[in-house]
Design a protein around this ligand. Sequence first.
Ligand code: ACO
Length: 321
Amino acid sequence: MICARIVGTGSHLPGEPVTNDDLVRRGIDTSDEWIVTRTGIRARHFAAPGCKSSELALVAARRAIEAAGCAAGDIDLIIVATSTPDFIFPSTATLVQAGLGIGNGCAAFDMQAVCCGFVYALSAAEKFIRSGSHRRALIIGTEVFSNILDWADRSTCVLFGDGAGAVVLEASDRPGVRASVLHADGRHHPALWVPGAVAGGRVTGDPFLRMDGQVVFKFAVKVLDEVVREVVDLANVPLGSIDWLVPHQANIRIIQSSAKRLGLSMEKVVATVDFHGNTSAASIPLALDCAVRGGRIRPGQRVVIEGIGGGFAWGAALIDF
Ligand code: ACO
């Protein structure tokens, strides 16, 4: 049987950290105390004006490819999860392909599942590899979320940041991604969205992120532990065999709540939201790379990733490293 293993990770955070106090200095009516108490976020990074998602993705991708010990030209599938693509089209994945100098004509496309985009992309790539049609996939989550933040809306602009994370997923005869589950319920889309559209040569409607924070909070807390239990059951392994939970980094209170419901100690949870903020599709691969490079996630260990975002769309994957 063909399996799909993560053989390299990489990430990139642009520029210097922007602390909560820096936001106050920039004129946002907030405080470090309010943000830390409600969310656990202490800092985030913002890309320079004009910097595009593909530029952040390229740095993370090169690091992941180097860690995998392969050449860019060995990649035969690229999936980029993003809600902040460089352009309406072509896909950011094709721009990454060109930026990496990959001229082998491999498939490249974007995945849109907002903050759960990386879980969706990993799950899709795993199926490509398991089918035998592809052997080495580059999967990236990348965002310049600062482009869609309304700086006059303090209830959202303090929560998000920019960044990118990437993994190389390779065909193997040893298990890697053992199971994944994906869900969505589009009836909730007005709870978290950017309602704008492009038509007639203009942006019509509202081009900024809008969120009903309490609705998102309650839904996330309800489904995140369920989806972890579901993926563990599907993989047919005990919950106690999980070495690390790598959740979407939105809010430390959501992360703590799902860990508690799962009976997992926070020592087994990778939490980077304090210095990344919420980087949407980039947050899980960023956290994963931090934990791998920091020596926490080691070969032979078992990891569950979980995410939820706009739609709502949510999911999880169980991965042996
Ligand atoms: N600084 C200071 N005060 C603020 C700020 C701010 N940045 N933002 C809002 N407030 C004020 C409000 O105006 C309100 O004041 P009022 O009582 O005088 O009207 C007060 O704080 C409470 O506002 P609430 O919206 O009720 O605050 P709440 O306790 O619900 O916390 C939060 C808001 C942090 C957004 C919370 O709802 C939450 O964490 N939701 C989850 C949303 C999330 O994580 N989204 C990320 C994207 S989705 C995802 O990735 C899963």
